[in-house]
Design a protein around this ligand. Structure first.
Ligand code: NAG
Ligand code: NAG
Length: 184
């Protein structure tokens, strides 16, 4: 008896909801969403910069937060400067913020999950999010650009990375990034 009552009440409220939406005669999604044509002006932008991963010294820009040192599980949070030249003191055009982790038990390959946030000219404030596998022993590694904001809305593309300098003693690295991205 009790459960019958509950079932009936449920049925009644369900039919009330259905009746309410039927009377407005509009698809459900119209109540909260508006659909417009997709922007058709797809542009391609190529970016070229240097990524400075500084793990040593008084002001490291990369910090190990968990896991062993340089082994499976190592996880590093970064806020690395991006510059127009290989020199550390050259003009900063953005930062790489996010993390990388040693995600292979068999080789030095990293999972990269970073956002390039730009601060230069018309790119100031725009960002690209990059994910992918970075097998650091390979000369050129390819990662995915999975999205973007600001100028880079609707972004997708790829990033090619190659290490320009790696200091075996300190662990500091300079990596050249060539990013090709399509966006609105
Ligand atoms: C970038 O934008 C921020 C905030 O709008 C502003 O403070 C800064 O001066 C800008 N930087 C450049 C290099 O244009
Ligand atoms: C990246 O771009 C630079 C400058 O255009 C070029 O010299 C270099 O060969 C490129 N590297 C890769 C891996 O595509």
């Amino acid at each position: 008896m009790g459960s019958f009552l509950i079932n009936t009440l449920c049925y009644l409220s369900l039919s009330l909801i259905l009746t309410a939406s039927a009377t407005t005669n509009r698809p459900f999604s119209d109540h909260f969403a508006e659909t417009k044509p997709t922007p058709t002006a797809i542009k391609t932008t190529r970016l070229h910069f240097y990524f400075h991963d500084i793990v040593s010294g008084k002001k490291p820009t990369a910090m190990r937060i968990t896991g062993p040192k340089n082994a499976f599980g190592t996880t590093v949070i970064i806020d690395d400067p991006l510059t127009i030249d290989t020199k550390r003191g050259s003009k900063v055009v953005g930062r790489a913020q996010g993390l990388y982790a040693m995600a292979s038990q068999h080789d030095p390959s990293l999972l990269m999950a970073i956002t390039f946030v730009f601060s230069h000219g018309k790119y100031n404030g725009s960002a690209l999010s990059v994910m992918g596998r970075n097998f650091v022993l390979e000369a050129v590694r390819e990662m995915l650009v999975v999205g973007g904001s600001g100028i880079f809305r609707f972004a997708r593309g790829f990033a090619l990375a190659n290490t320009v300098r790696y200091n075996l003693k300190t662990g500091d690295a300079v990596v050249q990034y060539n990013v090709t991205v399509m966006h609105a």
